[in-house]
Unconditional design. Structure first.
Length: 407
């Protein structure tokens, strides 16, 4: 859309605008009303209850440069791919997909996917983004029945120049939501896509790849469905957040008498000859083994993450040392082969620790001008506030935990 000189001058004078929340000042005055629509997917696949998937484009002026107006930009292609996959892969009877904008309120687009993407550029006119308000709206109805996907550059600013205060406010926002809905999970996906427009703050001309993020809110099972879609574009980075789950499990050992009431009877454990996975006898060094099979259907983590032994800590209240020999799965049930050279009574705890990945810090930009490749203004404080809410919520500091009693 062409920009008249007077409008452009007004744009560049907006600069840093004070706000009632932490967010980002964006340029352009508001255009006409945004259209509203809902798009329903066809559905004939097997499955349980239906889900409503809401796609939201954050329509501030700083998002304008990601869109082409003719559905040809990288971001438009990714959004279209998500929509197509949501309306064709593993759909359940009654599933729906809606196309929306979000800023000071949620607004349905009232268009099909082609119209939605071809007009998105003209809809990105909001002069300011209150990111905390947007995130609160995105979490408000997220559940097993509703998944919200919010697409934004997530550039994060503080009117006081104090990122730590902004991070604390985001922490409080998510903590309050987790107090209401302990099943709330968040997936943060980072993409690098083409940008051609004005970068804010500052209204600087910019034509280069910039990060854009998909934040997905909902119940773990439904969020995992979105993450499993066969979308062609590869993410640069991913962060998954979920409160700790004490997972149900079943124990097994070569000597069946070593399991009683789902506990390990230490004196009944057989000394085995180990050289490979499973509870079987082999010719090698003597060792004690048992299996623990966990039901991880409610975990947001990917199969690859769950199977990576390095992601786990395994501790015991006794002096014995235990380790994970292997991890295999059958659907959502994962079998961990536990080994030790000296079993003794006590409590054994296996947990998948919750950590903030290094990419979050590496993606952070502070200062003036256009960020260098892969960086977003204040992103480590925004994501850090979300992470703090999950990390501080319970003492486990993990995605899931299993505690085994050895007697």
């Amino acid at each position: 859309m062409p920009i008249f000189l007077i409008a452009l001058a007004a744009f560049l004078l907006l600069g840093f605008i004070s706000f009632g929340g932490f967010g980002r000042p964006d340029s352009q005055s508001k255009s006409g009303r945004t259209d509203n629509t809902a798009t329903t997917s066809t559905s004939d696949a097997k499955g349980a209850s239906p889900t409503k998937y809401n796609i939201y484009i954050e329509n501030s002026g700083s998002m304008k440069g990601y869109f082409s107006g003719n559905s040809s930009s990288a971001l438009e292609t990714i959004i279209h791919d998500y929509y197509d996959r949501l309306t064709s892969e593993n759909i359940v009877d009654g599933d729906t997909v809606t196309l929306n904008y979000i800023n000071t309120q949620k607004v349905d687009s009232k268009q099909n996917i082609t119209g939605y993407l071809s007009t998105a550029q003209s809809k990105c006119t909001e002069k300011y983004t209150k990111i905390d308000d947007i995130l609160d709206m995105a979490m408000a109805n997220a559940s097993k029945k509703t998944v919200n996907i919010v697409i934004s550059d997530y550039s994060f600013e503080s009117d006081q120049g104090n990122y730590e205060t902004a991070q604390s406010t985001i922490n409080k926002l998510f903590t309050n939501r987790l107090n209401i809905n302990s099943n709330l999970t968040v997936a943060i996906l980072k993409y690098e896509v083409g940008f051609n427009g004005l970068y804010y703050p500052g209204g600087l001309k910019c034509k280069q790849d910039l990060p854009v993020y998909f934040w997905i809110f909902g119940d773990a099972e439904r969020v995992k469905k979105v993450l499993a879609l066969n979308v062609k574009a590869s993410t640069e980075n991913t962060l998954l957040l979920q409160l700790n789950k004490d997972v149900p499990f079943e124990l097994n050992a070569f000597n069946k008498r070593a399991i009683h009431n789902n506990e390990i009877v230490v004196k009944e454990l057989s000394k085995e000859r180990n050289s490979g996975g499973g509870c079987s006898r082999n010719e090698s060094s003597p060792i004690y083994k048992f299996d623990i099979t966990m039901d991880l259907s409610e975990s947001i983590l990917s199969d690859n993450d769950i199977k990576a032994k390095s992601n786990y800590s395994i501790t015991s209240t006794s002096s014995s040392n235990y380790s994970i020999e292997s991890i295999k799965n059958n659907g959502s049930k994962y079998t961990f082969v536990i080994t030790t050279d000296k079993p003794s009574p006590g409590e054994l705890t296996i947990k998948f620790a919750l950590n903030l990945p290094q990419w979050v810090d590496n993606s952070n930009f502070e200062g003036n001008g256009i960020p260098s490749k892969g960086k977003t203004s204040g992103i480590k404080y925004l994501i850090g506030g979300v992470y703090d809410a999950y990390y501080n919520k319970d003492t486990a500091k993990s995605y899931f935990t299993a505690k085994i009693n050895l007697k």
